[in-house]
Each structure stands twice: as C-alpha cells, then as structure tokens.
Design a protein around this ligand. Sequence first.
Ligand SMILES: [Zn+2]
Ligand SMILES: [Zn+2]
Length: 270
Amino acid sequence: MNTDVCRNPKCSRPTTPPHLLCEHCTTTMMGDLTWLTRNLDDLENGRLNRINNRKHDTGRTPTTASASAPLREAVLDLLHVDREGNIEDTLHAWARCLNVHVGMRDSLATTAERISRTPRLDEHAATPIYAAETHTLVRRAQNLIRMMDETRIKWGNCPNPDCQQPLTAPADAETIDCPHCHCKWAPQIVWKSRDKQLKTSKAEGTYGELSAILDSLGLNVPAATIRSWAYRGKLNQTKDTHGKPTGKYRLADAYQLAVPNHDHEKEDDE
Ligand SMILES: [Zn+2]
Ligand SMILES: [Zn+2]
C-alpha cells in the first residue's frame, strides 16, 4: 500500500493517497468544522448582541462599558477583521477553492457546515492549509469564549433583602445567580436595586472610603476622581452638629456624580 506524509505543515504522520491528511488531522479538521457549525451563530449574534444590548437594557453601563468594549472588539476581530487571520476570510477562501457556494445571506456557520460536507474534502490540495489555519482560529475562539465566561465582573449586591451579598457574573450574563441565597436575577433588576440603594444611602466617607464602597458595588470610581469633584465644588463635605465640616462626603452625592444625570431623570420618570 502506498503511503505518503500528511500535508498538514505541522504534522509528519503517514497518510494513504489520495488522502492528503492523516487520520488524526482529518479527525481534528472535522471536529473544528463541527465546532464552528455549532458555535459561530452564538458567537456572531448571541454573544455580540448580549454585549451590545446591555447598554439598551439599562440606558447605561457603568461597570460593563469598559469590560465589554474590548471583548466586543476581540470577537469582531476574530470573526471578520483581523488581517493576520479571521474566520470569515478563511472559510470564504476555503469555500471558493472547493467550489462551495456561499450566498450573500449565508452565515459563517452555514459555510462551515457546507465545507464539512464537501465530498472528498481531504483530497483537495487547499484543504491541509485551510484546515491548519482553521484549527488555529478555532482555538482562538475557544479561548475567547472561555475568557468571556471566566471574566466575572461585580454587578452589585443581591436584591434579596435578606441576602444582600455581592454578585459577580460574566459581562454578558443573561441571568445572575446568587451563590448565597440561590436566587436568579435579571441584570436590570440588580442594577435598579443598586441604583436605589445608592441614591438613598445615608453612608458618608472620605474619598478613599467612598471609592472602596462604590468598587464593592461594581462601580469603578477612583478616589482621585472623587477628590477632584470636591475641589471643584461639585461635592460638599458633610457638617457636624456644630456646623463644622467633617472631612467626609455623602455616598449618595458621589454616586449621582459618578453616573450621568440624565439617566437618573430617565429612571425617575418610570
Ligand atoms: Zn496529520
Ligand atoms: Zn442572594
């Protein structure tokens, strides 16, 4: 029986012509194409929309704005933009070589599925190169998804009045599970609860204390920012019973400055 060497540039296992890829690389390639078929729609529509829509849900994203912008960029880069290699370019070029039809409205997942169904796929000269490139891209996508799931941000405290424990979840979470009381919350509910809690808070503190309290509720407001508000007269010290300044500031006031005013007005109208 004739044997040849696998055409995957990173492999040197034997293969039997007319197969250009060894068994191992064929299995990897089919696994990658199946993974893309199953996951691309969610990455392209679900994930991106969940990150984008968060802003519309609430009118503002004090915590997640900074977390989601880079994630959104990373997903778009990997799918369509990155010049060093992106999923759209690779799948479309591979499909062209194989004479696989790609319509204007076909999703990337559809294209991946059509490629995987091409008869004698691994006998085509272009396949080993595109399969290797696809493997790299799939690993990038899997790492990105893992990162999105593992990057947990602070959302605020549990709205359950008997619980009030801090909640953390991925930036694009659809629901937030409280590990203490096991309630499940919609992100908007957690935000509204935090908003109410902060607006009505009687707490006072120094720049650093207020910054730490806000941070524990998922709002990143540096002490230096709070100090600059005080210097500019936007934030006033509280006074003791003799009318003397205490050196402390109200948490509710700092919160109002941390979050743009029109958002409060919008919510007050509800
Ligand atoms: Zn191989
Ligand atoms: Zn709870």
